[in-house]
Design a protein around this ligand. Structure first.
Ligand code: GUN
Length: 293
């Protein structure tokens, strides 16, 4: 069994991005600038946004954090998006999700200029990805694909089972595994809460990407020997022995599945660290106007 070390791979990619930023600055180019909009004080969102800002510092980007209280109106937030769209110094920006219930997330995402949508959530980027055109690919799916690439895991003709059909992970990663390229060229099955015979389908899988958000869902008897397992789950589970009062649980019952796996990602330290560097890469591409002029 090979443990896929997302922490080490992400550190390497950060180094690569930092070197490129140094070169850009040395040749008089513009410093890439990422802005993040954070609404309210959700613990998870605070942690993620802080990590994104810190990563910007580490690779040499400029970053701006724009905060609103959770009673911000949709109109105010749309005005903020409009300002960021027009701000020539900002190459890319994200609006951290989830947003409070009174705000229509789809409306906010659609208001973002797709050329600055480094989260890859805008329908233009989603559509371009699904037909294989250059676009911003969202961070978690891009991170998963990069791990498969860096570990040179064969994907062509493999049975890939994606557990979960979210817009952020399940659907985009299924589309990427289907693309006519490496990593991709897989036979992809997407399973969800209404899927019949899920265990049998998983037992046929060469690659399982688990993105349900159900702690320890995938058990040892649901996988075959030699399977490649990518665990995207990061559910906070109460744990009195931790200072924070919780631990992060993946979607995979690691102790049972790992002994049967050829490759497996741990939680934490697998997919998680990769998502932030994928956002950094998208910001670099946005700064260089490499995808959209
Ligand atoms: N909430 C959970 N994941 C993400 C992400 O990748 N981007 C944004 N903007 N919000 C999120």
């Amino acid at each position: 069994m090979i443990l896929i070390d997302g922490k080490a791979v992400s550190a390497q990619i950060k180094k690569e991005i930092a070197e490129e930023v140094l070169q850009i600055k040395a040749s008089g180019g513009k410093t890439p600038h990422l802005a993040a909009v954070l609404v309210g004080h959700d613990g998870g969102s605070e942690t993620y946004v802080a990590a994104k800002v810190k990563a910007c510092e580490e690779v040499g980007f400029k970053s701006s954090l724009i905060r609103y209280e959770s009673d911000v109106t949709e109109t105010e937030l749309l005005a903020c998006v409009d300002r960021l769209n027009k701000d020539a110094d900002i190459d890319g920006f994200i609006v951290q999700l989830p947003l409070p219930k009174h705000i229509d997330e789809d409306k906010i995402i659609e208001a973002i200029d797709y050329r600055k949508d480094v989260d890859g959530f805008h329908p233009v980027n989603v559509g371009r990805r699904s037909i294989g055109l250059p676009c911003f690919i969202s961070a978690t799916p891009a991170g998963i694909i990069e791990l498969l690439r860096r570990y040179e895991i064969p994907t062509q003709g493999k049975n890939c089972v994606v557990l979960g059909r979210s817009n952020i992970v399940g659907k985009p990663v299924a589309s990427l595994m289907l693309q006519k390229a490496y990593p991709g060229d897989a036979t992809v099955t997407v399973c969800h809460s209404r899927t019949a015979n899920l265990k049998e389908i998983c037992r046929q899988a060469d690659i399982i990407i688990a993105a349900l958000g159900v702690p320890e869902f995938l058990k040892g008897d649901m996988v075959k020997e030699g399977v490649v397992v990518i665990d995207v789950g990061t559910t906070r589970v109460p744990d009195a022995s931790k200072k924070s009062g919780f631990r992060l649980s993946g979607d995979v019952k690691f102790d049972e599945v790992a002994p049967k796996a050829a490759f497996i990602t741990p939680v934490p330290g697998g997919v998680g660290p990769m998502t932030i560097v994928s956002l950094m890469r998208n910001t670099l591409l946005a700064g260089k106007r490499e995808i959209y002029k």
